[in-house]
Design a protein around this ligand. Sequence first.
Ligand code: CA
Length: 484
Amino acid sequence: MNGMLLQGFSWHVPADSGHWERIAADAKRLASLGVTAVWLPPAYKGQGGVNDVGYGVYDLYDLGEFDQQGSVATKYGTKEQYLQAIRALHEAGIHVLVDTVLNHKMGADATEWVTATPIDPADRNQAIGPEERIEVWTRFDFPGRADAYSDFHWDWTCFQGTDWDEATQRQGLWLFEGKQWNSQVDSEYGNFDYLMGVDVHLTEPKVMDELVHWGTWYLNTSGADGLRMDALKHMGRDFTMAWLEKMREETGRELFTVGEFWTHDLAELRKFIGEDRTLALFDVPLHFALQRASWSRGEYDLRAIFADTLVDADPTMAVTFVENHDTQEGQSLQSPVAEWFRPAAYALILLREAGYPCVFQADLDGVGGEHPIAPVPGLETLMRLRASHAHGIQRDAFDDSELIGWSREGLSSEEGEEGAPSTGVAVLISQSGAAVKTLEVGACHAGQVWECALGGQESVIINEDGMAAFTVGDEGLAVFIPKA
Ligand code: CA
């Protein structure tokens, strides 16, 4: 089966608490497009209440159930609507991945005074002054929830550091007394354990116990099939591996997991996957290759598009993607793929053998707001073809820096069925306008007519050697399939 993940949100989906209802109503259509799993956004209450995308985590147990941070519902809806959306996806045969954000917390209920060392934000291994007393937002009592599901209260001992002293209204970076940054994190800024808010001391035994308690509760409550884990390069690998193993143990489920480890560096991704091989990672190097190809105005060497990518190095551990909620324009990691290249980029992740592709909802349906995104032309067709046609032997023709192509032979005909296979696909990507390229699709297709599934190109006849000269137009992508 050709699995296909959908990132079921973008940064600017309407903050009307109607998202879960829309997802539920959309489940059947998504299944018909070939989507096999949906990654849903963080479902718990953030400090921004109904406006929080979900990454500013306040209360992990509040799935839109308690009056906290100004509302009962989250940006996406209520707990009941969330569970209903998951049921609707399951009924449509679609798996659900839930987003876990464990690195930090925000929007505390009260401050505490702590002793802390000021740290150089550019080199987090360096103190820049003596210990001092500061006032920090570390007290989480969740009065609106009143100990439902868990009576754990968070205080400063559950955290490692923060970037704000309330008493003096100072921005900075402080490491709390008796704490040290986890050494198993990304090495940018000397040590990239701290990202934002108050940094959770994940390996502190009482915190670990509470997060295991929460994770078990959450996975059982939601019925989720797997996880998307946020901000892994800011969390100790020791914690991540131990917690994930515990989740699989406690739930008795396989729990397919994809992690966000945001780096250009393939070696870092491979090191994180390690010998354990217990979670897949988003192929960030491929995203950057697609982005560079799209903005290089025809100067990119398309033959090398998969060089140093995870999908090339370790395909079964790679979740490929074109865009996400962070790379879209206006966001923290803004690095959008130029519009003209997006259909080609999707062909590269959807119609090839390697990798588990993730389609961004905004690319499928578009989204309005301050930084609108238009639907990617032809994306629905490419998704359907992944499910129906992109099977069988793959033949690459990555031999021209400006014009690459590949084919899939399709599935052999059913026993007793006459004629050539009705599946298979041939793809051309050009960065220098209209072009012609000969591709081999397999002798089993000899004599067959293949047509352009996206329109705009003349049909071709496959010769007796299983080859044909396919054409691509100025838009840069052509996709051919056997004519029905
Ligand atoms: Ca951290």
